[in-house]
Design a protein around this ligand. Structure first.
Ligand code: ADE
Length: 256
């Protein structure tokens, strides 16, 4: 997968050299390219912002540098080979913003299937709207929020999204099953938070690992894990439990 990030703070993205994403880059699974937005300015101060039309506080990112950057990084008509021999595809533009659609595991799965993502993290009050409307005439655009809070800029949101997407790419996680039982993953644990986990020693500071986990009885362990996930979800995310359709629960779930 190719990932381009256009930003005035490329150094904010340095964590992409480290750990899981860093290793995916070393393995050639991820091709991450960082671009300095100011390289597409033409004045001595490398200005990327200006005052908002209509007044109000803060500054707005100017359209010209963004348009030149996008036209260079993802020229009209440009494609990369599709994943697993699929036909070539153009880029998909992702604009992190607190006013976007929520970035969820389902969105991460959808984006992990695309071969080329271009991220446009904004600073200040955001990017001139016309840049996004113009880009949308030639590529899919996703305006996405990572949560109901306001960050100083979109770079941290890019880190969050890239990590969530990268770990879904084939060959990135050591154990292919690691992503399967994640909180929010599709399947049996869909829409449930993961319950507690334990490792050796079986007894630590007088605390025992739940006996069922030592039993070797796969059916009982699966049932226990689901019960714990249901309990945790009810405690931490009652909104998720309230949204359950009855067919998503089995008879035993109702007893928890
Ligand atoms: N930029 C600032 N706050 C943000 C948020 N919550 N999600 C995505 N991008 C942002």
């Amino acid at each position: 997968m190719r990932i381009d990030v256009i930003t005035i703070f490329p150094e904010y993205l340095e964590p992409l050299d480290v750990s899981l994403v860093g290793k995916a880059r070393e393995k050639g699974i991820l091709d991450v390219r960082l671009h300095q937005l100011r390289d597409w300015t033409h004045d001595v101060h490398h200005t990327v912002d200006d005052t908002p039309y209509g007044g109000g506080p803060g500054m707005v990112m100017k359209p010209e540098p963004w348009a030149s950057a996008l036209d260079t990084v993802a020229p009209p008509g440009a494609t990369v080979p599709g994943t697993d021999g699929a036909p070539a595809e153009g880029p998909c533009l992702i604009v992190p913003t607190p006013s976007g659609r929520p970035f969820t595991q389902a969105v991460a799965v959808e984006l992990a299937a695309r071969p080329w993502l271009v991220f446009a993290p904004a600073r200040y009050e955001g990017i001139d709207r016309r840049v996004i409307d113009d880009a949308a005439t030639r590529m899919p655009v996703h305006e996405l929020s990572i949560g109901d809070y306001v960050l100083a800029g979109g770079e941290v949101a890019v880190l969050v999204m890239v990590e969530a997407i990268a770990r879904l790419l084939p060959g990135v996680l050591g154990n292919v099953e690691s992503a399967r039982d994640d909180s929010f993953a599709a399947g049996r644990m869909e829409k449930l938070l993961e319950g507690p986990v334990y490792t050796k020693p079986a007894r630590w500071r007088d605390r025992e690992v739940p006996e069922v986990l030592l039993s070797g009885h796969h059916g009982k362990i699966a049932r226990w894990r689901r019960d714990e996930a249901l309990r945790r979800t009810a405690a931490h995310r009652p909104d998720l439990v309230a949204a359950f359709r009855p067919e998503e629960l089995d008879r035993r779930d109702r007893e928890v």
